[in-house]
Design a protein around this ligand. Structure first.
Ligand SMILES: Cc1cc2nc3c(=O)[nH]c(=O)nc-3n(C[C@H](O)[C@H](O)[C@H](O)COP(=O)(O)OP(=O)(O)OC[C@H]3O[C@@H](n4cnc5c(N)ncnc54)[C@H](O)[C@@H]3O)c2cc1C
Length: 476
């Protein structure tokens, strides 16, 4: 039986373990942190790439397809709420350009639903909805719902808050859902620990590896002891630290590393909001503003300017020696945490970033919490790449290179095909998940990592099994 070592228990490593476990093999998953999926954060399922007007429509379609499957595998981590796309007057984008793109995406989504018989993002007819100025007035009258169901109900809480004089119309409500990292972590931990052929080694760092006959010898540190084992296959899923594993095998790979952060605040508002994107040119002071609502008035904010989410020197290319290229201060933030003053300042700037768009949020937002942050890798020469999967370096060494988490499914399928010549899909593992214990475990993980446990709460937990069925009426 093949012995497979997976180095890194982020989304890439856990997805590889979960899918490979359907085959006859023995898997060891090494994760140096105390829990799984504790690396760079994620909050958005990029089901159409509508946050990225600069990427090609082909990349958008690929993100849509990958997200379709991501939902199928990980419904327990999905927050079922749409995203409102807004183009500010200051931004040179024309909303009609975005409308053309969602039309293409809607067609592709409809085809996927027909082909596979399920509709994770709802009725394809409502994949997107356009709103004009008069719709905002109508939406104000709808009033707040406990949980909005129609596109107009989703618009209702936002309509009174939006500063209409600063935005272009139409607005686009698109079914790009949210993701919850704490739920993902809790769910995959439960599932992987239930598999007989998977050993999860948390708190276990791979120190070195070398070729050994047809396979590899891996040396690892477990609490206080050092150990060695031999494996037939190695999957390098170490995220931005993949280069260290490559280096041990004298392999080189070009990649970018990017440090980014999203900030948390809270405001007095009990309505259920969609996520909102206010587009803007990345890296400028008017860079895109992303408003991500959580339960109990918590809000996560991205601002794509160097004073908020992006950092001076925060994007760097790996040098030819494959050494870590970012300034030491970024790695220190990961290992030791943030300087309190910098965190307070950046959070305040993030709140202010919404002052041209939202009436009361910038005045009502209070306080700051530990930010969600980390370093992500972008393989190759193009730092704008958003859809990438896996580099099959040899028949027994794989390097996972996902940029967005949705790519993990295609990545895992490629690895399965290469090792076992077939892809097995079995969603029975979802049956072992139970909402109440998942909720508690996710809250505990959030607390352990220093976040308010409220951030682990889904406003609208999806059905885990069976999953969203195809609405009967949508196929004309
Ligand atoms: C601020 C921010 C916001 C983001 N938002 C989104 C979003 O909304 N949607 C989205 O799709 N993507 C988002 N991303 C990108 C997303 O976080 C990454 O694509 C994803 O987490 C990468 O997963 P991974 O498994 O490849 O790497 P990681 O999550 O980094 O996992 C690698 C793991 O390997 C472990 N490891 C490393 N070296 C060793 C070793 N020697 N031994 C044992 N373990 C080791 C690490 O501890 C880590 O847990 C965001 C990124 C950032 C920084």
């Amino acid at each position: 039986m093949k012995k497979i070592a997976i180095i890194g228990g982020g989304v890439a490593g856990t997805t590889a373990a979960l899918t490979l476990a359907a085959h006859e093999c023995q898997i060891t998953l090494f994760e140096k942190k105390s829990s799984l999926v504790g690396g760079p954060p994620f909050c958005h399922l990029h089901a159409g790439g509508n946050l990225y007007p600069d990427i090609s429509i082909d990349q958008c379609i690929r993100l849509l397809e990958e997200s379709f499957w991501f939902y199928r595998y990980f419904p327990f981590a999905v927050e079922q709420r749409p995203t409102l796309i807004v183009v500010p007057k200051k931004c040179e984008l024309d909303p009609r350009y975005l409308v053309q793109r969602v039309q293409v995406l809607q067609k592709r989504y409809k085809k996927l639903c027909e082909e596979y018989g399920f509709a994770p993002f709802g009725d394809p007819k409502e994949y997107y909805t356009l709103f004009f100025e008069e719709d905002l007035k109508k939406a104000c009258k709808i009033g707040q719902k406990d949980f909005p169901k129609t596109p107009h109900e989703w618009l209702a809480p936002v309509s009174a808050e939006l500063k209409k004089e600063n935005i272009k119309f139409p607005l686009i409500l698109v079914q790009e859902y949210g993701l919850n990292i704490f739920r993902f972590s809790a769910g995959v931990d439960t599932v992987l620990n239930s598999f007989k052929n998977v050993t999860v080694k948390n708190g276990c760092e791979v120190l070195s590896l070398k070729k050994s006959g047809d396979g590899f010898e891996i040396e690892y540190k477990n609490e206080k002891s050092l150990d060695k084992d031999r494996y037939d296959i190695v999957i390098n899923a170490a995220g931005f630290e993949s280069e260290k594993i490559d280096r041990a095998l004298h392999l080189k790979k070009e990649r970018y590393l990017e440090f980014k952060a999203a900030y948390i605040t809270r405001w007095d508002n009990d309505a259920v909001w969609p996520e909102i994107i206010f587009h803007g040119k990345r890296g400028t002071k008017n860079g895109m503003a992303q408003f991500t609502p959580y339960a109990f008035g918590f809000v996560q904010m991205h601002g794509m300017s160097k004073e908020i989410t992006l950092f001076e020197g925060g994007l760097a290319k790996s040098d030819s020696q494959n050494r870590s290229p970012l300034n030491r201060s970024f790695y220190e933030k990961i290992d030791l945490g943030w300087d309190e003053r910098e965190l307070a300042q950046r959070t305040a700037k993030a709140i202010e970033h919404f002052k041209d768009f939202l009436e009361s949020f910038p005045k009502k937002a209070k306080g700051y919490f530990k930010p969600l942050y980390g370093i992500q890798q972008i393989p190759g020469k193009n730092p704008d790449l958003r859809a990438a999967e896996v580099d099959i370096v040899s028949k027994n060494y794989f390097r996972c290179e996902i940029v967005k988490v949705s790519s993990a499914i295609n990545m895992a399928k490629e690895i399965q095909k290469e090792i076992f010549k077939e892809v097995k899909e079995n969603f029975d593992y979802l049956k072992i998940l139970e909402e109440e214990s998942l909720k508690q475990k996710a809250a505990e993980i959030a607390r352990q990592r220093g976040y308010p446990s409220e951030l682990s709460t889904l406003l609208n937990p999806p059905k885990l099994f069976p999953q969203t069925e195809l609405p009967e009426h949508f196929i004309e």
